[in-house]
Design a protein around this ligand. Sequence first.
Ligand code: SF4
Length: 279
Amino acid sequence: MNVTRAKCAGACYGVQRALNMALDTVSEGSRAVTLGPLIHNPQVVAQLAERGIRAVESPEQAVEGSVIIRSHGVTPQVRREIEARGLPVVDATCPHVARAQKAAAKLARECGHVVVVGEAGHPEVEGLVAYAREAGGEVLVAGREADVPAGLSGKVGVVVQTTQTREAFEEVLAALRDRGVECVVKDTVCLATRERQESAAALAREVDAMIVIGGRNSSNTTRLAEICSLVCGNTHHIERASELDPVWFDQCTEVGITAGASTPEDQIAAVEARIASLG
Ligand code: SF4
């Protein structure tokens, strides 16, 4: 059986950077908390807890050690609440997200109205909305054309959640322009998601079985599994190597592997090794 990994798979730059920063923080025995799980990967979250990094729900629950800001970033209000705790702050906001936050604030100052193209309620989107509001903007979140109300007019700044698809971004932009809105656009889409999706789909078309590794609570991993299932009926979403079922590989000669942006290298390598051991 040949095992091939998708050209682009596993932890993205921002997630890997946040993990490294978190581990560096506790490397000399100190403790740390993250606001919410550092990444959507239960195994990694459990490993981090063993190393002294635990997740809390709110800044008030941070009573000792360092406070790590996740790659999604936080609102300016939450940042101030964290700083008010007087604890060391480790800012692991992905630089792409930080760029989008700055863009949201700048657009709010320049245009007054800002449309954030993204998923309402997602922590990164909440941050973008808060940065724009803090800069005096009126903000609308739109994930699709249907979210764009009639009656918008004049000049509007448009910024995008980094993990949005380009299709969703263009759909919302087209809807705004159809309503006669003048759009000042900051394209803050991050390529990591698209690269993983395109290389997973390309590989899934070529193989007899496709294994997608990552947290079941990770939306980008779940999306990868959906994309692969469309072109390879023998697709399986797993979190760990022990979930592999030899039956999946009956009569398979080519097996493909991919992993979400929150799946670290050791989990991918463990799955590859187990499949190779099945023959
Ligand atoms: S997907 Fe892109 S923006 Fe999000 S953490 Fe990864 S590198 Fe950063």
